[in-house]
Design a protein around this ligand. Sequence first.
Ligand code: TCH
Length: 324
Amino acid sequence: MCTAATYKTKDFYFGRTLDYEFSYGDEITITPRNYVFNLRHMGTLSKHYALIGMAHVAGDYPLYYDAINEKGLGMAGLNFVGNAVYNEVEEGRENVAQFEFIPWILGKCATVKEARELLSRINLVKTPFSEQLPCAQLHWIIADKEGAIVVESMADGFHVWDDPAGVLTNNPPFDQQMFMLNNYMHLSPKQPENYFSDQLGLKAYSRGMGALGLPGDLSSASRFARVAYVREHSFSGESEAESVSQFFHILGSVDQQRGCCEVEPGKYEITLYSSCCNGDKGIYYYTTYENHQISAVDMHHEDLDGAALVRYPVLQGEKIYMQN
Ligand SMILES: C[C@H](CCC(=O)NCCS(=O)(=O)O)[C@H]1CC[C@H]2[C@@H]3[C@H](O)C[C@@H]4C[C@H](O)CC[C@]4(C)[C@H]3C[C@H](O)[C@]12C
């Protein structure tokens, strides 16, 4: 399972949890403006916006899971197993392979508005990266400081949904996730009133009872409702430290602890990493399951006019600050 969210204070923030039972070998990867993407069906993409994000680099190709570009547009791919359907290549169309989708959008678009325009022409195709890395079944959230959209390529068509909740998880399809939020419209950070009966003398005996009924389990639909609720009510200061800290708390509401989601006997899905990108500053912050300290890579500390990928390993291992 995975969860993505947006957040705004003075700056725009975008990030995700990556939940899985193993890592593909990820690195924080900066693609500078002159790195040449050799596209499968569209020639080359040689001049584009610079990107920073989490990727598995295969043969010098950055296979992004989530990223932002230098203009503050963010995009993340989340599992959509059983629902994602990609097309065959069609002559004369903009055929973009599923694994090229993030660089194609973030390389060319500065805003969600521009992404919508590009999406209206795209034919998302099933060409795999390689035999070892076949097509991932994903759907995507694309967001900037003005708003978010969700892209789902399914058997019944190519959908571009408005995402006013600013979140995405996994199955079921996005329109169903949004519909199910109706079930939770009574939830509130305020203490509840007794509408049940004026005969029974019911009262709030604990803080936090306004959100009784918010689902606590790890299913995708429950995480969708929980992260949407937490994000909606999030409140923080505007400084970078306060905003980043609050963003990780939003994602913390859907964190997966080892042992709670068994995918096969003795194998557990966990939150391998959580990310928070500052879209205005081009900084990629992250924590991992084994490293709660926030680490960060700033794209503007690199030569963004270069042509070679810049790669940083994901730092692991808890760093405990001993006070005596
Ligand atoms: C497994 C990841 C999604 C995690 C997730 O959504 N888990 C939910 C589990 S569940 O459904 O709800 O059970 C996805 C997100 C991005 C994916 C990667 C990116 O799409 C980049 C390439 C794409 C290639 O086609 C396959 C390898 C790959 C390197 C992908 C491997 C894997 O599918 C990733 C890492």
